[in-house]
Ligand binder design. Sequence first.
Ligand SMILES: [Zn+2]
Length: 218
Amino acid sequence: MEDRALREAMITTARKMNAAGLNQGTSGNLSVRVEGGFLLTPTGMDYDTLVPEDLVLMRFDGSHEGRRLPSSEWQLHRDILAARPEAGAVLHAHSMFCTTLACLRRGIPAFHYMISAAGGSDVRCAPYATFGTAELAKSALAALEGRKACLLANHGMLALGKDLAGAFKLAVEVETLAAMYWRALQVGEPVILDSAEMERVIEKFKTYGQQPGPTGAK
Ligand SMILES: [Zn+2]
């Protein structure tokens, strides 16, 4: 995608985060890998007012280019994009239900088979570290081992995608699962699917949602 089209797609996705209820205020942020670095949303700006020039071009050495300062979580985005080459986009949000569970320092277990959308049989909650620090990035990376999403204790959530659309779709899925899990916890103790069943589900997921023929062909 051309630079301008990519910047516009990032702004559209950032606004979709608001519409989907993933963002609380200006707390969410979004990055996309580009040649030589990544594009990141600026710190403290309302997504409704963003224009393409407001996005910050960052390099992996932490230097940046553009008229705005990057999100305070730039290290989190940088370290994930550096450590996870398959990820083309990273989304971070303080969404209501993921954050509620994260404040209890609880991850999301296999209470529903769709948890496998995040890459495994659970979504872990990363131990607490202060926002905007290298420690937080380290903690998040450990919780993301073998996964595409995690919660961040007393903070929020992260979702990775091969592109913007993938990261957004997974963030919505994980927030939905967090809301379902939270609701189930109000009534009782949800039944957790066992590891044999989750292995079957994860295997099935490898071909889930793929259409045969020209549009779905690899
Ligand atoms: Zn945050």
